[in-house]
Design a protein around this ligand. Structure first.
Ligand code: TYD
Length: 222
């Protein structure tokens, strides 16, 4: 998507198994970007709009039995709405979007985790998002047994057995190997401060490449 125009914002997603620290890192990143004068917005998936938040409540409610096909389509319904209503407009007005999970979650959880055909998932993702993918994805890699141990209250997805979460992790790593330019794998066992410094380095590098970081730093950009 890069190259559509110099004013377009950067699209950053954070991914990983439960308890990997994505949400903390996403917040720290947006705080940093705001501090250095880069307009940014923090979104989460599923969520981001009233409709998508309502779908999120359904998806995470342990009282519901949801078949794999319905689960995939609900995640994608929430994503389609968030993409159309929040993400695309923000990017088009030059705002950097930091999203706590995006399409890689569907590939990892519904594809590798649930065992759905990954190529079918990719086709559905293309339909839901109009082919939008993040410019850069930070994968916080962690042994799921460590991540789940950090969770005090579990939702419908976190209730899945450890084997499911192991398949999700393997899926993420396989996807990262296939897309090393976009997906950067970090060891989530590192301290939050170390991780934050590394993530800031990656994102500021991408912003500089796209011209925005230079503009924000006052060095003049295209
Ligand atoms: P959440 O509480 O936000 O978990 P986390 O803090 O780890 O992000 O719950 C979101 C859950 O939904 C999480 O278990 C991952 C799962 N998920 C999918 O299975 N597919 C998806 O496409 C997305 C976005 C999330």
């Amino acid at each position: 998507m890069r190259g559509e125009g110099p004013a377009r914002g950067l699209f950053v997603s954070l991914e990983g198994v439960e308890g990997a620290g994505k949400t903390t890192q996403a917040r720290m990143l947006v705080d940093h970007l705001e501090r250095v004068g880069i307009r940014s917005v923090l979104l989460r998936e599923p969520g981001g709009t009233p409709m998508a938040e309502a779908v999120r409540a359904v998806l995470l409610d342990s009282r519901f039995s949801i078949c794999p096909e319905a689960e995939t389509l609900l995640f994608l319904a929430a994503r389609a709405q968030n993409t159309a209503e929040r993400i695309r407009p923000a990017l088009e007005s030059g705002i950097t979007v930091v999203c706590d999970r995006y399409s890689d979650s569907t590939v990892a959880y519904q594809g590798y985790g649930r065992g759905a055909d990954v190529e079918i998932i990719r086709g559905l993702l293309c339909y839901a998002t109009g082919g939008l993918w993040p410019d850069v994805t930070i994968l916080l890699d962690l042994d799921p047994s460590q991540g789940l141990a950090r969770q005090t209250v579990r939702n419908r997805m976190e209730d899945e057995p450890l084997q499911f979460h192991r398949r999700v992790r393997e899926g993420y790593l396989a996807e990262a190997e296939a897309a090393p330019e976009r997906m950067r794998v970090l060891d989530a066992a590192a301290s939050p401060e170390i991780l934050h410094g590394t993530i800031v380095g990656i994102v500021m590098g991408e912003l500089a490449r796209s011209g925005q970081g230079r503009r924000a730093a006052g060095a003049g950009g295209p």
